[in-house]
Write a protein that binds this ligand. Structure first.
Ligand SMILES: Nc1ncnc2c1ncn2[C@@H]1O[C@H](COP(=O)(O)OP(=O)(O)OP(=O)(O)O)[C@@H](O)[C@H]1O
Ligand SMILES: [Mg+2]
Length: 318
């Protein structure tokens, strides 16, 4: 069974434009799906609709076969949600908050306490479990709300910007935890984030949205393939044969001059970036420079990162 199905899903707020526009997307169990997009793209709205916190205005969605619009309680039983502003109680300690939430899910107090302590330990909050929530920092609250979302051991976990307020060490720790939940427990993760480097570390597949529309979806390899190879070769040399200069957009004037004068080589310091189609081109380019009398000081090839892909796709739309 699919973990998530969205079938022409739409959501229009009254008086507003469509926050989700005809979105169709399927997630398999165990995926760590990165749901990416700029501010206002519709990520939080999608999480809310998928969890029955908002009603769609068109299409439908299913979470492990359950429809959150008709049977929200069925979805709540199998889904954990961490949204931007999780409601918790300031006058209760971290531990009490989790036990309270366990009771909401019908988990007995002893079992709740056991689960809560385990989660507080995993999220490095064990020192703070007896502190009132009012004394928690933003990052501590955020980690507590992840713990809260995991209390009933959901099959699918929705995380809306789980690491945005966290220091690098805590963010790293939370990312490891997310990865392990998927790997060891087979949990499906739906992760909304702007932190593309972290996303690239843990996600198995991505969907990029803007203005409520799904622009692309796929694994990093599939997204890269969609951009051509997108591979960039950087070379630093002191002499550049014209045949190589022809590859690059950088230094256009130089290039044009070279072409105008036939095969005149240029001397000086060059730090160029070439778009190449495959790795096979690298030795050919390097040997051409060396045969032309150039010394090479640096060669590196870079495949596009998730960040590169994100910017190239969102920039196309601006
Ligand atoms: N309660 C609401 N009433 C009216 N419009 C809303 C409401 N909530 C969100 N919107 C609008 O819906 C669109 C999508 O918002 P949403 O919060 O889902 O985006 P997001 O991708 O989560 O953005 P961010 O990255 O800033 O969290 C935006 O244009 C927003 O202004
Ligand atoms: Mg949001």
């Amino acid at each position: 069974m699919n973990a998530v199905v969205m079938n022409h899903l739409s959501k229009k707020y009254s008086g507003g434009k469509a926050a989700i526009a005809d979105m169709s997307l399927t997630l398999e169990p165990g995926e760590v799906f990165g749901f990416l997009g700029p501010n206002g793209a519709g990520k939080t709205t999608t999480v809310k609709v998928l969890n029955g916190m908002l009603q769609p205005t068109g299409g439908e969605c299913l979470i492990f076969g359950e429809n959150p619009s008709n049977r929200p309680e069925k979805v709540h039983a199998i889904s954990g949600v961490m949204t931007e502003h999780a409601q918790m109680y300031n006058h209760l300690t971290g531990l009490e908050n989790l036990i309270f939430y366990g009771a909401v899910f019908g988990i007995g107090e002893e079992e709740s306490r056991k689960r809560a302590q385990e989660l507080l330990w995993q999220l490095e909050l064990s020192d703070a479990w007896e502190q009132k929530l009012s004394a928690y920092s933003t990052g501590m609250r955020q980690r507590l709300s992840i713990a809260r979302a995991l209390m009933h051991r959901p099959k699918i976990l929705f995380l809306d910007e789980p690491t945005s307020g966290l220091d690098p060490e805590s963010a790293h720790n939370v990312n490891q935890m997310i990865r392990n939940l998927a790997k060891d427990k087979g949990m499906t993760i739906f992760l909304c984030t702007h932190q593309l480097r972290y996303a690239q570390e843990i996600c198995t597949r991505y969907g990029l949205i803007d203005e409520g529309r799904l622009l692309v979806e796929g694994t990093l390899e599939q997204l890269r393939a969609g951009m051509g190879s997108g591979m960039k070769l950087r070379i630093r040399t002191d002499r550049l044969p014209d045949s190589i200069a022809g590859y690059t957009d950088a230094d256009k004037n130089e290039k044009n001059r070279g072409e105008a004068s036939g095969s005149r080589e240029r001397q000086g310091a060059y730090d160029i970036e070439l778009a190449i189609k495959s790795e096979e081109e690298i030795p050919r380019i390097v040997s051409r420079i060396v045969q032309g009398g150039g010394n090479i000081y640096h060669v590196s090839a870079k495949r596009p990162s998730l960040e590169d892909i994100y910017f190239s796709l969102t920039a196309e739309r601006r």
